[in-house]
Design a protein around this ligand. Structure first.
Ligand code: DI6
Ligand code: FE
Length: 401
């Protein structure tokens, strides 16, 4: 069905810029954008349907390119501990942290994980999210990583949104492998990744490169296996210390390196050369009350594309609003509202390997967009969360929210 959407303004986000079209018209057909431009230049079209958007501002559908939305339990007790002065690393060393979510996730059935993840994902969707990444990484054995990734696939089957599933088996050391990290990496490479990839459950492979997780040498083994299986890689890097994981990620043409507070200028140069997107996660920075800022100037100077994401997870970023992350990206990291919006559209798409099909409003791209009843695009980064009035269109069809 061909639809003409008119009486709107558009921030197309082509090349990551607002690139504003005032009084725009958008023609969608078969789930794609067929034409977009000023209404005055629209040639007569045979549209089955014409929709008046009431001079709303249209942006691409928002893309949350880094979430751990599938997990059992929650960690508000640890939040209370941390407020009493216990650090994230200390909690992890006492068997809490990621390990406690692993226990809860292993104990949960697939249906239970789906039900809780669906609620969280629906909260993100109420914020205009039409594409989402979901990582595994709280199962840490074949059966439980499979269970998580199956829930990620099911979210896409049952909700009107696109989901990319990332295998993060190298997130933490499972208790069965205590003191044997290299053996766990071998298990990931020889058993888990080949099986999960063969089942079609994996779109990308991620790892956590940190003193309290895995070393660059261990991460590299995972990357080599991922490439053997034809899968792109991503990396949690430089969140709590500098191990140059982001340079390692760039050497493996990673789609993204994420967190990056402790990255160096050399890391930025390597990422720019490889086209690896910097995914910044201000929710985790805020929630852990970190003080080391990502090197924004170095990222800009070297032309690294910057994305923003929720990092939705129970330990470091229980963030259910991607627009709140826009505000935090601006307030905490000094991004401009334009950079922040590019970070959840154009560059987020690239961070998921979807840059050719998603993330901007242009002919040929998937017709995922949001018509916001706001005064200017910067309003999206201005309001602190909340449910802004809007209409959400996915693959050319309006979805209710
Ligand atoms: N970095 C993070 O912020 C999350 N994972 C990671 O590698 C935290 C996950 C958690 O604490 O449950
Ligand atoms: Fe994360």
């Amino acid at each position: 069905m061909r639809t003409l959407w008119q009486h709107c303004h558009a921030a197309t986000m082509v090349d990551g810029r607002y690139a504003i079209i005032e009084d725009a018209a958008i023609v969608t057909c078969a789930g794609l954008i067929e034409w977009i431009g000023p209404r005055s230049e629209l040639r007569p079209v045979e549209a089955e349907r014409t929709v008046d958007l009431g001079y709303a501002w249209v942006t691409p559908g928002l893309i949350d390119c880094h979430t751990h939305a599938v997990f059992g339990g929650n960690r508000s007790g640890e939040f209370e501990q941390r407020l009493q002065g216990v650090s994230y690393a200390e909690i992890a060393a006492q068997g809490g942290g990621i390990a406690s979510t692993v226990r809860a996730t292993r104990a949960a059935s697939e249906d239970e994980l789906f039900a809780s993840a669906r609620q969280r994902v629906q909260a993100l969707m109420r914020d205009g999210v039409t594409t989402l990444e979901v990582k595994s990484g709280y199962g840490l054995d074949l059966a439980n990583e499979r269970k998580m990734l199956r829930v990620a696939r099911r979210l896409a089957d049952e909700l009107p949104l696109s989901v990319r599933a990332t295998c993060l088996a190298a997130h933490a050391l499972p208790p069965e492998y205590a003191g044997r990290a290299d053996d766990y990496i071998t298990h990931i490479c020889d058993e888990m990744l080949p099986a999960l990839a063969a089942e079609g459950l994996v779109d990308a492979v991620d790892a956590f490169c940190e003193h309290l997780a895995f070393s660059p040498a261990q991460v590299e083994r995972v990357f080599i296996k991922a490439h053997e299986l034809g899968l792109p890689v991503k990396l949690h890097a430089e969140q709590l210390s500098s191990l140059h994981g982001s340079s390692l990620a760039a050497r493996y043409q990673a789609l993204s390196a994420d967190h990056l507070e402790f990255m160096t200028e050399e890391d930025a140069i390597a990422m720019a050369a490889a086209g690896t997107v910097a995914v910044l996660l201000p929710g985790a920075f805020y929630f852990l009350r970190e003080t080391e800022l990502p090197p924004m100037e170095a990222l800009r100077r070297h032309g690294v594309n910057i994305a923003l994401a929720s990092d939705l997870n129970p330990g470091t970023s229980p963030g259910l609003s991607l627009r709140l992350m826009l505000n935090m990206g601006c307030t905490l990291f000094r991004m401009t509202p334009e950079e922040a919006l590019a970070g959840v559209t154009t560059h987020a798409a690239t961070a998921l390997g979807l840059g050719d099909s998603h993330g901007s409003l242009e002919a040929g791209k998937v017709a995922d967009f949001v018509a916001w009843h706001i005064e200017r695009p910067a309003d999206l980064a201005y309001w602190l969360g909340g449910d802004l009035p809007k209409r959400v269109v996915r693959r050319g069809h309006e979805i209710s929210n």
